[in-house]
Design a protein around this ligand. Structure first.
Ligand SMILES: [Mg+2]
Length: 123
């Protein structure tokens, strides 16, 4: 199972990487924005989980999600959001997000949340 982290904050990517590694996911790609994410997804068919930040330059998380869903309905996409953006989660779920994680993370909660995708994701 390979995970793709899409976030314009390097610090946030580092935090997510460490959580994923705790969950046994060591195959991780990172990109800065939604456009880069779409490019990677086009080329790398091994990615089985996307962790998608909301606020990013070039292409926002929700735009990215909508693009992903035009071609791929199955890929698990988890939105990464702050408490103040929580009401927008409804919009994201409607657009096809599987789940969301709230910043700042409690690593145990995140692991619990991601477990089902990691287990079902296979390779
Ligand atoms: Mg951001």
């Amino acid at each position: 199972m390979k995970a793709l982290i899409v976030d314009d904050s390097q610090i946030m990517r580092r935090i997510i990487v460490s959580v994923l590694k705790k969950a046994g996911v060591n195959d991780i790609s990172e990109v800065n924005n939604g456009q880069e994410a779409l490019d990677v997804l086009k080329q790398d068919k091994d990615i089985g989980l996307v962790l998608l930040d909301w606020n990013m330059p070039v292409m926002t998380g929700i735009e990215t999600l909508k693009h992903i869903r035009t071609t791929n309905k199955q890929l698990p996409v988890v939105m990464v959001t702050t408490e103040s953006e929580k009401e927008r989660v409804v919009e994201a779920i409607k657009a096809g997000a599987n789940d969301y994680m709230l910043k700042p993370f409690n690593p145990d909660d995140v692991l619990e949340k991601l477990r089902k995708y990691l287990e079902s994701g296979g390779k």
